[in-house]
Design a protein around this ligand. Structure first.
Ligand SMILES: *Cc1c(COP(=O)(O)O)cnc(C)c1O
Length: 523
């Protein structure tokens, strides 16, 4: 037994600080840094301040900022982080989100001054290295996905989807000339919510395909829906229950025969990279989340990159600018692309994320990339094998099919027999220093727990997770209130999720906070 497993209950106590807001800690006159006065020589050189900051952009009063020492600020954020949970403190098996550990060497690479101090308006002659990195990363991602060309511009998976679906629309406008009549995108009911959202934003009607009894694309339903109105199909493979769509050849055939294109939601490439490729499965467009599979931490809405790859026949529609390599070896931005869907993002995408992806792929190499996928799949199957045997938990759909990067467990039986729901299980896991899996998704699984251990968790960590699930099951049958009242060991106990997310109560800035406080006092 690994250390810590014999006494799960005392494994974790989260720090709890009564930490005031920075504004509440502010003391007039406190400062972190003293800047030198502008010297006379420099003042002469820049002349009037108006030349540096245009008059209409100057403030008449200073901005309202808290006044604090540097150490106060550092302690503030350290304390907040101690009341939070991250992959650097424990297992974070958030299915579909790939919360793998992101190697620090990638952070080092992105922080190199030559990269981090670049300005997007810098002349290309003095940032050739950055362009080369992007150019090469595009080629690697094209190779990994089996596509012919890649853009790095989109800032998120959802934006990549929007880009890809817009490319499909342009294809039908310019190539098949059936843009008007092909106004439907087919999407399985197990899909990630961003798929129908992106298709709708791009102007399409969404046709939902019901899953088969095996949790896969139902070929008959697909045949019945695909036709002259079909612009394309958006598919995740392995799908969101973690099973590979074994009929992918037929699926691709049906959609292509109907005149539609195939879109691959590759937000999560952890199961397939280095093993198989969307391009070889018949897909025409793919997006990939560099902030999932390729070493940028995510969650919390930080910068991401939703690179999009396309086959040759769609290359001319990619966003501008693209990067080209001249005959003399110099890299350039190419704007002269009349068929392009235009610009998708300010400048060229989130460059820091691209450096991390480059660093990650470079350090792993071809073999390393495929062993990431092999270990991710091995870990998910290990968890599926053990958790499905625990009382109250089942593994719905495709019983005999191996799981890929993730497995979806249902707690329906546990709920029926004990009243303990998936949400209760999720909260109780926190007491053991383990983050919850994704819950209640995909929608086709009742009381779903979508578990994605990723390749970076060791066998000892997985055993700990399984032991925690065993203990929760035992508690649910013997003393369910322990589970239902969890978490007990976190800084904040059960949150009111409605209030926490409701626009009327969610307070996003000091200004909002003050305004709401004043309103409360008036009442
Ligand atoms: C995360 C995810 C997305 C969306 O990616 P964002 O970067 O969050 O916009 C789309 N599809 C799947 C399957 C995902 O897991």
């Amino acid at each position: 037994m690994a250390k810590g497993m014999d006494d799960l209950d005392s494994r974790f106590r989260q720090a709890k600080w009564m930490e005031p807001l920075l504004f509440e800690q502010s003391v007039e006159g406190k400062i972190s840094h003293k800047y030198p006065k502008i010297r006379d020589g420099i003042r002469k050189e820049i002349g009037s301040i108006d030349l540096v900051i245009p008059r209409e952009m100057q403030r008449s009063t200073p901005p309202i900022l808290p006044e604090l020492s540097e150490l106060q600020v550092v302690r503030h954020f350290t304390r907040l982080s101690q009341m939070n949970f991250s992959v650097t403190s424990g297992t974070y098996p958030l299915g579909s989100c790939t919360m793998k550990y992101n190697p620090i060497i990638s952070e080092w690479a992105a922080a190199l001054p030559g990269f981090s101090w670049l300005h997007p308006l810098q002349d290309v002659s003095n940032c050739q290295g950055a362009l080369e990195l992007m150019w090469e990363l595009q080629r690697w991602l094209a190779e990994i996905t089996g596509m012919d060309a890649v853009t790095l511009q989109p800032a998120a998976g959802a934006q990549g989807e929007y880009t890809g679906v817009t490319i499909i629309r342009e294809y039908h406008k310019c190539i098949t000339h059936e843009c008007e009549q092909r106004d439907e995108i087919l999407i399985p009911d197990a899909a990630h919510g961003t798929n129908p959202a992106s298709a709708a934003m791009a102007g399409y009607k969404v046709v939902v395909l019901p899953s088969s009894n095996e949790g896969l694309v139902d070929l008959d339903a697909l045949r019945a829906s695909a036709g002259p109105k079909t612009a394309g199909l958006m598919l995740t493979n392995p799908n969101t229950i973690g099973v590979f769509e074994k009929d992918i050849d037929q699926i691709a055939g049906i959609v292509h025969d109907a005149g539609g294109l195939l879109y691959y939601d590759g937000a999560n490439l952890n199961a397939i990279m280095g093993i198989t490729r969307p391009g070889d499965m018949g897909f025409d467009v793919v997006h990939m989340n560099l902030h999932k599979s390729f070493s940028t931490p995510h969650g919390g809405g930080g910068p991401g990159a939703g690179a999009v790859g396309v086959k040759k026949h769609l290359e001319k529609f990619l966003p501008v600018p693209t990067i080209i390599k001249d005959d003399d070896g110099a890299f350039k931005w190419m704007y002269d692309r009349p068929r392009s869907i235009g610009k998708i993002h300010g400048f060229y995408g989130n460059f820091g994320v691209l450096v991390k992806a480059y660093s990650y792929i470079y350090s792993l190499g071809k073999q390393g990339i495929s062993s990431v996928a092999e270990n991710a799949v091995l870990n998910a199957n290990y968890v599926a094998y053990h958790v499905r045997k625990i009382k109250g938990f089942t593994l719905p759909y495709s019983q005999d099919a191996p799981r890929m990067h993730e497995c979806v467990i249902s707690a329906e039986q546990l709920h029926d027999e004990t009243g303990v729901s998936t949400m209760h299980v999720a909260k109780r896991l926190l007491d053991f220093g383990i983050h919850s899996p994704t819950v209640y998704f995909p929608l086709i699984v009742p009381e779903a727990l979508m578990i994605e251990p990723t390749e970076t968790e060791s066998k000892e960590e997985l055993d700990l997770f399984i032991a925690a699930m065993e203990q929760i099951s035992k508690e649910a049958y013997e003393s369910p209130s322990i589970v239902m009242e969890a978490p007990h060991s976190t800084a904040l106990r059960k949150l009111d999720e409605y209030t926490a997310a409701h626009p009327k109560t969610l307070t996003l800035s000091w200004r909002m906070f003050k305004k709401r406080e004043d309103e409360r006092q008036m009442q």
